[in-house]
Structure formats: structure tokens, C-alpha cells
Design a protein around this ligand. Sequence first.
Ligand code: BG6
Length: 495
Amino acid sequence: KNIQPTVFVIFGGTGDLNARKLAPALYHLFMDGWLPEQFAIIGTGRTVLTDEAFRDRLLEGINQFSRSGKANADTWKAFSGHVVYQAADVQDAAAYEPFARRIQAYAKEWGTQPNVIYYLAVSPDFFPVIAQNISKSKLSADPERTRIVIEKPFGHDLESAKELNQLLGHIFTEQQIYRIDHYLGKETVQNIMAFRFANALFEPLWNRNYIDHVQISVTEQLGVGDRGGYYNGAGALRDMIQNHLLQLLCLVAMEPPVNFNADEIRNRKVDVLRAMRRFTPETVRESAVRGQYGAGWMEGKKVPGYREEVESKPPSNTETFAAVKFFVDNWRWQNVPFYLRTGKRMHRSASSITVQFKDVPHCVFPTETAESWQQNRLIISIQPEMSIRLQVQAKRPGLDMMLNTVDMVFDYKGTYSNEAPEAYETLLLDTMLGDQTLFMRGDQVEAAWDLIMPILNSWEGRASQSFPNYSADSWGPEVAEALIARDGYHWFTLP
Ligand code: BG6
């Protein structure tokens, strides 16, 4: 692919995201030959560091978090030659002058103006001031060559998301703005579209006539850890449902695009968000439940409850678990429930989408299990298992005519010998290529906020009396089971 000479300017260069995700991803892109010959990474942060000290930090991150383990000495040497550090107080417009100087020096050395990607891996409080200072210092004067990448969270609610969109819109064109939702870069998530739209088999069934309901579940064993400062002001609904889980829902529910153009795909996805049934204070109560973990034992170790972890006074009302029943009010999905759930400190880490098909109209066979006999189910496992399985009924071998459920499985491990790239590799490559398909457009972010605002308002206006209501290492609060059991279902988990 034709990738232009590129300079990455990473704000938050000394931070966690760079060490864990960005540096390992850039290193892998380099190793696999995806970076142009002429590229540079300028890390920036408040701390004063030499280039050498900064490189050492990145190497530590790569050694610890890269998918291929410890860096190869020669590859690292070649890669790190492209990495420099520039300390800067990002709130001070004058501190941006050295970036301009460095970029011009690269332009001169390379004999061409490079593309420049400003990556904001910083706390959201700094998004506005960095964007403004980039503009003041004329660093974004060329809209064809400059791009800005904004990490999540994009806004704290609908209003702040709109404000941020407006502010960015005064400085950059929409084609320059790359809003990250790293779930969209995951291999298995990208495959949802391939699976749906490159196979004639499923699309005819993909509607209310054949699909009974859909479940999207993202559970994590990890607790809030040292991210309490951010998380306690966010909660599971903002942190996961507003972005990652609703994006998965869009991929399942969207209409077929006419082509693979970024805006065509994003139009089809935003159509889904706009079609989603709005909540009222009454329907919030029926459709959305929340939880907060208490202490418990995980893998033989005692783990503290959320309130102990964040040490908040008064006790925190932040949810670490959320489950919501959504509807998409259009022809395809009328009255098909979409159940979404996510939580921390759950029994297992697993992300999956389960599409439950309707039963046959009349069944003439005896079956192995009398109760809750689900005939056809499609399970898209996003992580850690990467697979798609179709559950069908088959005759069990034997002299009697007895059916049981069997799995037709496509799993990545058994099918492909190459390792899947990390989401950030895909996303960073796409920012270089100028492909916005896997990034959030401004209207998508706002539509997702708009949808969940009634739930946020209701929860924030009414402290939960029952927190903590699930213990670490469980499957979440009882209210979540009740939410789905009322409709006659259970949350599905892979054995
Ligand atoms: C982030 C959330 O966006 O996604 C975290 O802020 C969460 O709270 C993480 O743990 C999950 O991402 P992944 O890729 O580990 O599933």
C-alpha cells in the first residue's frame, strides 16, 4: 500500500496507553513492513527526558505488552532510530513551536512534506486545549496532510460530546478527525461485516422473521484497578455501552451497505442508532439494570470490593455492571430485543454476540433435553476465544431417533496460522492510509449519547440502595438475570 512519509506526534507519550498499546502496535507495523521508510515518532509529555530515556520506556512497554513478546534487538535498534522525545507543557501554545521545527526538519531531510498525525493519548480534559494549540501554532494548516486522533472517552454526556465536536469542527474537517473506539479494530469485530455481507446464507434469515433475540455480552475479570479516578466519574454505561457495545449492536443490526466506503458504512451504522427506541423514565426502570461489585475471591485470591478500591466518600454510586434491553424500531428488527450486558470483576472475561434464531414451527423429534431447547444459535466469540459457531440440531448416533445440539465451528486458531494483529495496529495503519471506516464519526458519537442519556439521568438522580449487589467472581447482579428471565431467556455463556 502506498503510505506517505509520516510523522506521529504522540501526546501522552510517557503515559500508559502509549506503553501498552501504541508503541507495541507501531513496533509491529514496523516489523511487518507497514511503516513507510520515512517516518518519525515524536513522543511528548511534561516530564523532561532524553530521547534515550524515552526509547527505554517504550522498549519496556513493548517487552511487556507486545503480542510477540520481547523485542528483537536488531528490529528495535532500527525502529528506535525513528523515535524522539520533545518535552512540552501542552497548555502553553509556545511549547508547540519545537514540533513545527522538527516537522520542517523532517520535510527537508525527506525532500517532501510528510503527513502528520497528532495522537491525543491524554486525559479528555486536555483534548480542547491541545486541539486549540495545534491550530494556533498552525500545525494543522494543511487539511490534506494533518490528522488528529482522539481517544475515548469522547464527552461525558451528550452536551459535552456536542461541545467537543463543535470545537474540533472549527479547527479540523471531519476527514481529519479520527475518534477511536478500539473495539472496531479487533479482528473478530471486523469480521462481523464480512460474515454478514460476503455470505448469501445468513442475510435472508437476518431479520425479525427468523431471529428471536440478540445478546451482546462483554464481561471482564479485571476490577477497576488504578483507573478509579477516571472510572468513578464514568461507570459501565459510559465506559462500555455508549461506545463498544452499541457499536457491536450496530454491526449486527445495520442494513447492507452499497459499498465499502467509510461514510457509506458509517451512515448505515448511524441509521441503527437513530432507529433505536427511546427510553422514558418509566421504560428505563423496566429495561436497564445496574450493579456494583463487592469483595470476593478470584482464583484463590481475596479481592476488594469496588467501594474499597476507589475509597470514595460517601460510598460510590458508580455502576461497574450494566445490562440494558434495547429495541431497534425499523422493519428489519421490529420487536426483536437486543440484550446488552457488561461488567467488571465477573466470573470470566469473554466478549460475544449470540444471535438466537426462532424455533421450528413444529417439531416431530424427541430431544435430549426437554427444557429450554434452543435449536439454532449463532455465537460470534470476539475474545479471548476467536470463533464463530453455529449451533444446529443433529441426530445423536444410536438406535433411537434422538436429537441433540451440535456446533459447527469456525475458529481462528484452527483455520489460520498467522496471528491476528492487535486492534491498535489496524487503527494506526488506517490513520496513515486516511481510512475512516473503523472510526467514529461525530454524529455517531452524539447519537449513542442521545440514546443512553435517559438511563444516565435516571441512575444519577437516584442512588442505588442495593450496592454492592454482586460479588467478585459472579455473573453479575440478580437483577440482570431477572431482566432477561422475564422474557423467558437466560444470558448465554460458552461452556
Ligand atoms: C476500555 C474501557 O475502553 O475498554 C475499559 O475503558 C475496558 O474499562 C476496556 O477494560 C476493555 O477493552 P478490551 O480490549 O480489553 O476488551
